[in-house]
Design a protein around this ligand. Structure first.
Ligand code: UTP
Length: 291
C-alpha cells in the first residue's frame, strides 16, 4: 500500500539573483503576488494535498519566512482593537493549526539537490513532496497541482515529477524529460537532461517545481557530484534514481507562472489581480481604460 505523503520540503535558500535588488534582504519566495507571498500560495497548495509538515530549507535571509508563518501577537491585538476583523482573519489563518512548520538551514547555496538533502533528517524514510514556491500554479477551480500528483502517487507508488509542455526555444531553462507513455498525462522516465539546448532536448516536457520523491533519492543525492555552476543538481540524482526504480512524469492540469523570472512574475500579478474578489473589477477597468 502507498505510504501517505505527509511532508513537503520547500527549498527557499536560492540567491534569487534574477530579482536583485528586491531579493538582497528577502528570499524571492516572499515576493507578493497581489497580497500573499509566493511561499503562502505554495503552503496552501501543500495543505490542500494533505501535507501536515512543512519543511523550509532556509538560506542567509532566514527570518522573514518563519516570521510569516509564526503567530504575530502584537499585530493581531492591534487589528482586533482597530476592529479590522477581515485583516485579522487574513493574518490568523495563514496555515491551519494541525500543520507544523520546521526550519532547516542550508548554510551555503550549493544547489537545489543539496537543499533537498538538508531536509533528510526531518523527512526520514518516507516519500515526500518538494515544492519550489517560485513556480506558482493556478489550477482554476481544480484540485491543486500537488493534490493531483498525490493522487497519482497513491495509484502508482513511484516518485513523480510535475511536468508541462514548454516552448521548444525554452528547453534550456528546464530539466527536460524523455518518457514512455503510461496513461493519460503520465509517462515513465527514460532520461532527464538539465537545461538542454533545443537541438539536444529529448522532448518539450519540462520539469516544473513539483516533485514527489521516494526517500531513496537521498542516497542518490549523496553520490551526486557538483554539476553545472558547482551546484548539486536534483536532476542528476533523479536520473540516477530512475535507473534503479520507476520514476514517473505527470503533466499536471493548471497554469504555471515562473515567478523566479520578472516577466512570469508580472504575468502572475496581472492574472491574480484580475481574479481577486475585491480588486478584480477595478483592476480590469483600469487595464481596459489603458488600452
Ligand atoms: P533557482 O534555480 O531559481 O535559483 O532555484 P535561485 O538562486 O533561487 O534564483 P536565480 O536563478 O539566481 O534568480 C530553484 C529553487 O531552489 C532553491 C531556490 O530557492 C528555488 O526555490 N534553491 C536553489 C535552494 O534552496 N538552495 C540552493 O542552493 C539553490
Amino acid at each position: 500500500m502507498a505510504k501517505r505523503i505527509r511532508k513537503a520540503v520547500f527549498p527557499v535558500a536560492g540567491l534569487g539573483t534574477r530579482f536583485l535588488p528586491a531579493t538582497k534582504a528577502n528570499p524571492k519566495e516572499m515576493l507578493p503576488v497581489v497580497d500573499k507571498p509566493l511561499i503562502q500560495y505554495a503552503a496552501e497548495e501543500a495543505v490542500r494535498a494533505g501535507i501536515e509538515t512543512l519543511i523550509f530549507v532556509n538560506g542567509r535571509n532566514k527570518r522573514s519566512i518563519p516570521d510569516h508563518f509564526d503567530k504575530a501577537y502584537e499585530l493581531e491585538t492591534e487589528l482586533e482593537q482597530q476592529g479590522k476583523l477581515d485583516r485579522l482573519e487574513a493574518v490568523r489563518n495563514i496555515i491551519p493549526p494541525h500543520v507544523a512548520c520546521i526550519y532547516i538551514r542550508q548554510s551555503e547555496a550549493l544547489g537545489l539537490g543539496h537543499a533537498v538533502m538538508c531536509a533528510e533528517p526531518v523527512v526520514g524514510d518516507e516519500p515526500f513532496a518538494v515544492i519550489l514556491a517560485d513556480d506558482l500554479i493556478d489550477d482554476g477551480e481544480g484540485n491543486g497541482c500537488l493534490a493531483q500528483m498525490v493522487a497519482r502517487y497513491d495509484e502508482q507508488v513511484a516518485s513523480i515529477l510535475g511536468v508541462q509542455r514548454v516552448p521548444e526555444a525554452h528547453t534550456d531553462r528546464y530539466g527536460v524529460v524523455d518518457v514512455d507513455p503510461l496513461a493519460e498525462r503520465l509517462g515513465r522516465l527514460k532520461g532527464i537532461v538539465e537545461k538542454p539546448q533545443p537541438a539536444d532536448a529529448p522532448s518539450n516536457l519540462g520539469v516544473v517545481g513539483r516533485y514527489i520523491l521516494n526517500s531513496s533519492i537521498f542516497n542518490k543525492l549523496r553520490q551526486t557530484r557538483p554539476g553545472a555552476g558547482g551546484e548539486i543538481q536534483l536532476t542528476d540524482a533523479i536520473d540516477a534514481l530512475r535507473q534503479d526504480e520507476p520514476v514517473l512524469a505527470y503533466e499536471f492540469e493548471g497554469t504555471r507562472y515562473d515567478c523566479g523570472d520578472k516577466l512570469g512574475y508580472l504575468q502572475a500579478t496581472i492574472e491574480y489581480g484580475l481574479k481577486h474578489p475585491e480588486l478584480g473589477p477595478a483592476f480590469s477597468a483600469y487595464l481596459q481604460a489603458r488600452g
